[in-house]
Design a protein around this ligand. Sequence first.
Ligand code: DX5
Ligand code: ZN
Length: 224
Amino acid sequence: MGVRINPSILSADFANLEAEIARIGDADLVHVDVMDNHFVPNLTLGLPVVERLQAVSALPLDVHLMIEDPDRWAPGYAETGAASVTFHVEAAADPVALARRLRAIGARAGIALKPGTDAAPYLDLLPEFDQVLVMTVEPGFGGQSFLAETMPKLRRVADAVAASGADVWLQVDGGISDSTIGVAAEHGADTFVAGSAVYGADDPGAAIAALRTAAEAARPAHRH
Ligand code: DX5
Ligand code: ZN
């Protein structure tokens, strides 16, 4: 069964992003981490860069907004043509209204949950979203260690997605590697972000293939 591997260009060479995206041609989407130095302590890139990435990337973009006031800013990212725009529920005033705006523009609408954020308030709203991102590290930096304590929440969301029948991708982000991707897949993730595990490898294509094989082997057979 298919899984998605979305390398994060946070771990790529920021001076050569077009070439870095060309190195991951066998990935599914390119994960783009937008950080505003307010919602998280780090600062990365913003709308003008995402517009250029969208123009030069052969792969669809999976934009992860770690910013304050996504209600105001996220629609602009959808308007670039990004395939997927994910905002943090901790920062959004009205997640459902924002997701509807993103969908109306033509993007898949995603919500992200920090490790300490309870998923329960969102489980009845799953048909409003196309993706739920269960963060497996505190957002802000690449190269951190996977937080296994997020796995029960991941499974609760996976069970709710299955019960709802909605077509919601379940994404994990942070510390995903050959040694952690299996447990995330077992708990229901189908979409995997990997930064350092892909761009820190000598051969990013081989790293993507290994992650994909490990995830597919671990996916529960009863899920679809
Ligand atoms: C962290 C970002 C991640 C980051 C993951 O806040 O959202 O996408 O790039 O990096 P790794 O895979 O190195 O943990
Ligand atoms: Zn991310």
